[in-house]
Design a protein around this ligand. Sequence first.
Ligand SMILES: Nc1ncnc2c1ncn2[C@@H]1O[C@H](COP(=O)(O)OP(=O)(O)OP(=O)(O)O)[C@@H](O)[C@H]1O
Length: 247
Amino acid sequence: MAAPALAISGLSKSFDRPVVADFGLSVAAGEFYALLGPNGAGKTTILRMVAGLMRPDSGDISIFGVDARRDPVAAKRITAWVSDEPMVYDRLTPLEYLEFVAGLWQIEGPRAARRANDLIDWLGLRPHANALCGSFSKGMLQKVALAGALVHDPRLIILDEPLTGLDAGSARQVKDVLLDKVSQGVTVIMTTHILEVAERMAQRIGVIREGRLIAEGTLAELRARIGKTSSLEDIFLDLVGQDTQAA
Ligand SMILES: Nc1ncnc2c1ncn2[C@@H]1O[C@H](COP(=O)(O)OP(=O)(O)OP(=O)(O)O)[C@@H](O)[C@H]1O
């Protein structure tokens, strides 16, 4: 059987208190998976550990069968990480930035230029392709950062709140790019507080509270679990609220 795109088990991380506790998750290749959870639930911490940006206290992370803790470089070669705080170089244009990132992945010359130009067109950045990134709005920077994360053709794309601060047109472009990627067999995992986005785009939804996965499934499965024919918002609040009372 093919390895899952992402398999996490026993993942834990504490700062001054436990933030991620024995967390497990499995996402199949080609799946669009949304991670939901209240503020401070541990979503970003989990994804930063998956992306190799933070060291877990314990646990295993496997990306398409690659042990991400033992072989972080191999894992990063097949993974894209898009933070909610886009970081691009102010003094480069989007084209220069994308060619620079391509170079980091040893994609050189005409191939790099072609890849950069394709991404510029795909994300609607052509009118700004030769302007300095330092003059861009947050939404435009977000799109440049997304383009940069896709340069090396990752098989797994992990995004933290990718639609925050985007206007309707930009949000649509980013959603279309992600759906397009999924239709090509790429796996997408993203956190969002926009429940409608999770409802419309994700094949499966996971709900995190206090560093644990408290529910997971398709929207229909989550509905069945709650026993209601309600919206994802009702289900989410029910799950999170119910657990709060239980705790
Ligand atoms: N580097 C750090 N040092 C100390 N505490 C941290 C650190 N990073 C995160 N935390 C704490 O860990 C908890 C989980 O934070 P995290 O950013 O993972 O949550 P989140 O689910 O992504 O929240 P949000 O939806 O608000 O973005 C929070 O209480 C946060 O303050």
